[in-house]
Design a binder for this molecule. Structure first.
Ligand SMILES: Cc1cc2nc3c(=O)[nH]c(=O)nc-3n(C[C@H](O)[C@H](O)[C@H](O)COP(=O)(O)O)c2cc1C
Ligand code: SF4
Length: 428
């Protein structure tokens, strides 16, 4: 079978990132490497994408074939939205993909549009993203072929790139998530069924359209087939974005990034909505939805960050929880009251303020109240993240509770952006 090479290389398995970079990301170089995009057969893309087992790369891992089928079944003239906002501040994969292979993403979006009979394709990025000018060039190149796509710039808030927030912004100019139902596949942009997919997901669709479902499944696991982009960072020699076969272990991924630069205390996997794992036995866990869920984390947006030993897990969790609480849209109960209260409890434990046993009991009770109660999945990701911390850093939490000296050296580890403008203007 012809196709971009999929041999194991030092950088993992190159499919999405297989094009030689010296020819640039233009349309002619893209076509020379990947070949023309075939017109979808009579049955469209639903069958090959479903058989490929492709799962969304935007966080939740939803089966992409099922999503395309749901949009098709909703009837009417659909819209396709490519989510390139890369809202997770610890993930760089969507940026790298949009920089190196913008036409693979556009191929996927346009192929889905053709298959669904959609006449509008929107590519969303955060406002002011430095990638926007080069994407405008790529979109214009496709316009010359008579295939329209449009770039949409979304306010730069964490929750503004959730799918219903994108629809809300395009329809009303406010990027806050909305209550479901209706979900975008039922009624989205302009009230029409809307297929929203992460840009990496669409780039994989472009490869499935060219090379087929069997080719796609030739690497990866039964539960999570194919390759995926991972952002590797923290205590590794060469932090960056790699393409690996799903099923690669977290330890192998650290090795592909040049190996650990010192003792590692824990792994933060899947982004801020993913979860913590202890460095050992976490390194043996495979990058696979089912395996990571069993271990207490989530594949999420495919980040693998190695936290150095010597960083306090309690304080680090409190810092990240405060960031996530500040980045919510503050319109649902769990985000208005629950997230800030949990973050405050974590800071109390970190600073040994108050009775630790009472705080711990309250924290667990509050965490139990968060999942499933917001208009979007933000509180669910937050709760998973904090619960994972309670397990992974159980010794640190016990030590803080019993007034033992903190094993941390006072360092703040993860670099987080400043929180955005939380007034209504920040969402427009
Ligand atoms: C708070 C929040 C923020 C999100 N931000 C992004 C994002 O920046 N990019 C993205 O692709 N998906 C993001 N998602 C997931 C989207 O809602 C949506 O599920 C995704 O774009 C669908 O793509 P997929 O099926 O290809 O994974 C976010 C979800 C939540 C709850
Ligand atoms: S759950 Fe939180 S982030 Fe999601 S819509 Fe409600 S307030 Fe906003």
């Amino acid at each position: 079978m012809i196709g971009p090479q999929q041999e194991a290389t030092l950088a993992g398995v190159a499919r999405l990132l297989s094009a030689p970079t010296e020819h640039g990301p233009g349309l002619a170089a893209h076509r020379a490497h990947f070949g023309p995009l075939p017109a979808p057969g009579e049955a469209g893309l639903i069958d090959p994408v479903t058989r490929s087992g492709l799962r969304g790369r935007g966080g939740a891992g939803f089966p992409t074939g099922r999503k395309i089928a749901a949009v098709a079944a909703a009837g009417g003239r659909p819209v396709v939205v490519a989510n390139g906002c890369a809202g997770e501040p610890v993930s760089g994969k969507d940026h790298v993909l949009l920089e190196l292979a913008p036409h693979l993403v556009l191929d996927g979006a346009l192929a889905v549009a053709t298959s669904l009979g959609a006449d509008e394709v929107l590519l969303c990025v955060h406002r002011g993203d430095p990638i926007a000018p080069s994407l405008r060039v790529a979109v214009a190149e496709r316009g010359e072929e008579g295939r329209a796509a449009r770039l949409v710039e979304i306010p730069g808030r964490y929750a503004a790139s959730e799918e219903s927030a994108l629809v809300n912004f395009i329809n009303t100019g406010t990027a806050r998530p909305t209550a479901k139902p209706p979900r975008p596949y039922e009624r989205g942009v302009g009230g029409r069924p809307t297929m929203i997919a992460n840009v990496e997901t669409l780039a994989h669709v472009a490869l499935v359209a060219r090379y087929g479902a069997d080719w796609f499944r030739a690497v990866g696991t039964a539960d999570s087939p194919g390759t995926t982009l991972v952002t590797v960072g923290g205590a590794v020699a060469y932090p960056g974005v790699l393409e690996v076969a799903l099923g690669t272990t977290l330890g192998e991924i650290l090795e592909l990034a040049g190996g650990r630069t010192g003792p590692v205390g824990a792994l933060l996997v899947g982004g801020l909505g993913g979860g913590w794992l202890p460095a050992e036995p976490g390194a043996a866990v495979r990058l696979d939805h089912a395996d990571l869920r069993k271990a207490g984390a989530a594949l999420g947006v495919g980040t693998v960050l190695a936290m150095p030993a010597g960083v306090c897990g309690v304080t680090e969790t409190a810092r990240i929880a405060s960031y996530l609480a500040a980045e919510s849209a503050r319109q649902c109960g769990p985000c208005m009251f629950g997230l800030p209260a949990v973050a405050a409890d974590l800071w109390s434990l970190s600073g040994a303020a108050g009775d630790p046993m009472t705080i711990m009991r309250r924290l667990r009770r509050r965490l139990g109240l968060l999942p499933g109660r917001g208009a979007c999945g933000h509180p669910d990701g937050f709760a998973r993240f904090v619960r994972g911390a309670l397990d992974t850093f159980a010794d640190d939490f016990r030590g803080h509770a019993h007034g033992r000296p903190c094993p941390g050296d006072g360092r703040a580890w993860l670099r987080l952006p400043a929180s955005g403008d939380s007034t209504p203007a920040g969402w427009r």
